[in-house]
Design a protein around this ligand. Structure first.
Ligand SMILES: Cc1ncc(COP(=O)(O)O)c(C=O)c1O
Length: 487
């Protein structure tokens, strides 16, 4: 039985929405003045359509070849310091979340007048919005180098949501999953929840993945799924997930990549150089890509997405439901149960367009400059311990972690905010096993201490960069940390 997909829902009375809009506007135009309500709707549709067609012109800073700072919202917004004075905030917490692009917010403004239900409605607004929503899919696929004849883009919440959906769909009770000790909890606890067994590849003393272990761990061919981050939110290391995919495929496993920390920092393609290096599933978070409106996506091989039914269920993913039976739709619908985050998808598309226009050559070069400057400056300060490899940084995105002797990380972060308006993050960044290793704590030590009343969790300070951060931002950070280290 043929299913009605959201794509079919775009068709109203046999016309595509674009055709329908033209017919609708034409028909209403010939009856001008005959019906006030219709006229209002017509002009609203025309305005919204032309507004969305008039794409925001992105301004590139000709010196840096990056987006001009004016393309981001709130970069020069002042915040209040502890002494009551105000200063523009310096944001070094981009690994957690990034400010919005102007173009993303403008897209929201231009899309809201014609906002309607996605996929299931027959009204004009519903049709128009559904078309806009679906039009983002090829943009995202193209941005992540995922050919549309092989891959499908399903919109999700952030990376955590995507990884929960993927692990729920792929895992059987006896599934064996191989991941690493470098992962964010989103790519670890999810598998612990759904798999029969989770195995881990270790990191070395500088926090780099022990790549040789993948081959060893896959040798018994019992692993069903391999899931690895493309870049770490603690060390910034970029991982060779295509080589890991090759090994996974050789061992008969599915390859999943957590792309949360790569998406706005380095070019990433799901296609490998050879077919066995192709990534099977990928997730990202739009709020780490300058579109903080709750969006994200799952990109997967279409064949696999149709084969595996997500444990996350509800309306929109089914063809027919009888009292005791269900026929599923194909992906992307199968992976988008419930009402989707329309504005999250629209703004994710805008962010992909903006990042593509800038190009990752300029972004990577800028981040390397900032990272080198920050590591060099911080390493000169007596009492500062830097984690991960500070010498060879080509394989690092703009993230660094450190501690100051005898000053708890929480105090460092608080003083940076209160006295210099610098936002960083402190703690273990939802990657406890990796942070424990970098700081030299064993599980035994943590478990022995954890239930004591005076237990304070290990912590470090994280500086994570965005493309709009400047060398001046880095210099202010170095100066501030120097003062904190002096006591
Ligand atoms: C590597 C990595 N994976 C997954 C996540 C989870 O992302 P989100 O909180 O947007 O779901 C993060 C968040 O910091 C991350 O850094």
């Amino acid at each position: 039985m043929a299913g009605i997909t959201r794509r079919d829902a775009l068709k109203v009375g046999g016309l595509s929405v674009a055709g329908m809009a033209a017919a609708f506007l034409g028909a209403c135009g010939s009856q001008a003045g005959s019906n006030a309500a219709t006229e209002a709707a017509t002009s609203q549709a025309a305005n919204a359509t032309s507004a969305s067609a008039a794409a925001h012109e992105l301004t590139i800073d000709q010196n840096s070849k990056l987006l001009a700072r004016s393309e981001f919202i709130g970069l020069d917004e002042e915040v209040q310091l502890a002494d009551g004075t105000k200063k523009p905030a310096i944001n070094f917490d981009n690994g957690a979340t990034t400010p919005s692009l102007v173009s993303a917010l403008e897209a929201i403004q231009t899309h809201l007048p014609m906002y309607g239900s996605i996929g299931r409605g027959k009204g004009q607004k519903s049709g128009w919005s559904t078309e806009q929503f679906n039009n983002v899919r090829p943009v995202v696929l193209d941005f992540f180098g995922a050919p549309a004849d092989t891959y499908t883009c399903a919109f999700s919440g952030t990376a955590t949501d995507g990884l929960n959906k993927i692990s729920g769909a792929l895992c059987e009770p006896d599934s064996v999953v191989l991941t690493t000790r470098s992962e964010h909890h989103a790519n670890d606890l999810t598998w612990r929840a759904h798999a029969g067994e989770v195995r881990y590849v270790e990191v070395d003393e500088l926090g780099r993945l022990r790549m040789e272990e993948f081959e060893q761990q896959l040798a018994d061919r019992q692993v069903n799924i391999v899931s690895v981050q493309a870049a770490s939110n603690v060390t910034g290391y970029v991982h060779d997930v295509h080589e890991i995919a090759r090994l996974a495929h050789e061992a008969g496993a599915i390859m999943v990549v957590d792309g949360a920390q790569i998406a706005s920092h380095r070019a990433f393609s799901l296609k490998g150089e050879t077919e066995d290096q192709d990534i099977d599933f990928f997730v990202c978070s739009a709020h780490k890509m300058y579109a903080p409106f709750g969006g994200g996506c799952i990109i997967g091989k279409t064949s696999l997405m149709n084969e595996h039914v997500p444990a996350y269920r509800g309306g929109g993913m089914v063809d027919v439901v009888t009292d005791y039976d269900v026929t599923w739709l194909e992906s992307p619908d199968l992976w988008e149960a419930g009402s989707p985050n329309y504005l999250g998808a629209i703004t994710l598309g805008k962010s992909c367009e903006a990042l593509k226009q800038v190009g990752f050559g300029a972004i990577e070069a800028h981040e390397q400059t900032l990272l080198r400057r920050a590591l060099d400056g911080l390493s000169q300060i007596s009492g500062v311990t830097l984690y991960a490899d500070s010498n060879s940084i080509e394989d690092r995105v703009g993230v660094l972690t450190f501690n100051v002797d005898a000053v708890p990380a929480a105090d460092v972060a608080e003083r940076l905010a209160n006295e210099w308006a610098i936002a960083v993050r402190q703690g273990e960044f939802c990657a406890h096993p990796l942070c424990h290793r970098l700081m030299g704590y064993t599980d035994e030590q943590i478990l022995a201490e954890r239930d004591k009343p005076d237990f304070s969790a290990p912590a470090m300070v994280r500086v994570s960069m965005g493309m709009y951060n400047t060398e001046q931002d880095v210099d202010t950070l170095i100066e501030a940390v120097g003062k904190i280290a002096q006591g």
